[in-house]
Design a protein around this ligand. Structure first.
Ligand code: GLN
Length: 447
């Protein structure tokens, strides 16, 4: 009831696309009755969560922040969500996000922008902006989001929270609406890294519906203990880069100094490919998106233009009317990079660049336990400021897309507010593939 009141009092933040008020209260009462009767309860009994509007929940609407799916009701539940429900998690509602998770400010949603609770004139980050503010504004304990290139870490950092994406394949993508399938992962946002460890432990593992989720044992993440001192690498060129906001450089430098003082080894390393990171990411993800989004054709499901006559007209009008500007831009880009004659120059080359980027990062992580770096070069910008400048948004993804390009686990760590200001700041830690146990234990140890 307190969470629902809190949602009611903060409607101006535009956090939720839909609140499941009656259902959530009913679940809470039912659990309470079970508790009173001395019956067994799940590990998430009484834990109220929000789900990003890209996660399927049986018999509930899910729209990916898009007019294309506005009236779509899911016939099944995402595997990761089902595993939380099986432990008695209570879903309070579905959170606003950029359309099809494409964006960095939550300004590309069909339902309008979500606002940052630390400063409602500013963006909360994206694409899981509603997810971040749902925790920031105390409307739930844990938010389930998704990351293709930073959509969990960046909004978490913009809102002063922890935000975690696992190794690619650690959590099943079954029931997560696809954007870039070789990048997409479900992730978590909350105030306490211990909650991330527990959530991951419950959601992770093989799934017969997702062949990219391998049959690898799921360690008891929530019981892991830090075994430092650790070896931590950083990129000095990032700290010297004038285009990175000064408060962010300061936060990163302070975090490194503190860890060095606590006995960890902190050393500079170089990374040769910063110039190629954003282009590689946007070539590959738009290519995958153009393919994934071809299913929204106005025929099988989703929006169908009422004015269309022929089949061809139905495709054209439904897609032109149903998709927003940014989604259409990316479909065009993706279709172009995959077109015959350009395929190898763009898509093939970007795939090779992805491999080179991954190899260098994993080479660093063979010598070091973690890489510490900023989450984003920019602080939350005023709502509306960057809406006409997609390239500015793309460039600001440089430090988060690295982990998704390489499939690595990474976490955004909050570090208070900027000196002399009111906006949250943070930094990120990245670990080698499948090392989330060590990453989450360390994050808790330095809390
Ligand atoms: N901002 C990035 C993009 O627009 C990342 C989005 C995401 O992780 N879903 O593609």
């Amino acid at each position: 009831e307190r969470y629902l009141d809190s949602i009611g009092d903060q409607r101006y933040l535009n956090i939720y696309v839909e609140v499941f008020a009656d259902e959530a209260l009913e679940q809470a009462r039912e659990q309470d009755a079970r508790r009173r009767a001395g019956a067994a309860l799940g590990r998430l009994a009484g834990v109220v969560i929000s789900i990003k509007d890209v996660i399927c929940y049986r018999d509930h609407a899910v729209s990916a922040g898009s007019a294309m799916l506005e009236d779509f009701v899911s016939p099944y539940t995402a595997t990761a969500l089902q595993r939380l429900l099986d432990e008695d998690a209570i879903v309070i509602g579905r959170t606003n996000c950029d359309e099809f998770a494409m964006g960095s400010g939550n300004e590309n949603s069909h339902y309008g922008p979500t606002r940052n609770a630390a400063d409602p004139a500013r963006v909360p980050g994206g694409s899981s902006g509603g997810a971040a503010v749902s925790v920031q504004a105390n409307t739930c304990l844990l938010a389930v989001g998704s990351s293709t290139g930073g959509s969990v870490r960046q909004p978490a950092s913009f809102c002063g929270l922890y935000g975690f994406k696992p190794t690619y394949g650690r959590i099943s993508r079954h029931g997560l609406i696809a954007y870039g399938s070789s990048f997409d992962q479900i992730g978590l946002l909350c105030r306490d890294p211990a909650d991330i460890a527990l959530g991951l432990e419950l959601m992770a593992g093989a799934d017969r519906y997702d062949a990219t989720a391998p049959n690898r044992p799921v360690p008891p993440y929530s019981a892991a203990r830090s075994e430092g001192p650790y070896r931590i690498a950083y990129f000095p060129e990032v700290l010297e880069n004038e285009s990175v906001d000064a408060a962010i450089r300061q936060t990163t430098t302070d975090a490194l100094a503190r860890l060095r003082a606590e006995g960890h080894t902190v050393e500079p390393v170089s990374f040769d490919y910063f110039d190629y990171v954003v282009p590689t990411y946007y070539v590959l993800t738009t290519a995958e998106a153009s393919s994934n989004l071809s299913r929204y054709d106005g025929m099988r499901y989703g929006y169908r233009s009422p004015d269309a006559g022929t089949l061809e007209e139905t495709y054209k009008r439904s897609r032109s009317e149903g998709f927003g500007t940014e989604v259409q831009r990316r479909i065009l880009l993706g279709t172009f990079v995959l077109s015959s004659g350009y395929y190898d120059a763009f898509y093939g080359k970007a795939q090779r660049a992805r491999r080179v980027i991954q190899e260098q990062l994993r080479g660093i992580l063979a010598d070091y336990d973690f890489i510490l770096m900023p989450v984003s070069p920019s602080q939350p910008w005023p709502v509306g400021d960057q809406i006409d400048d997609p390239v500015a948004n793309y460039l600001a993804d440089i430090y988060t897309v690295l982990a998704n390009l390489a499939g690595l686990p990474a976490i955004a760590v909050p570090a208070g507010t900027e000196p002399g200001g009111h906006l949250p700041v943070g930094y990120q830690l990245m670990a080698d593939l499948w090392e989330e146990e060590k990453l989450l234990a360390f994050t808790q140890a330095i809390r």
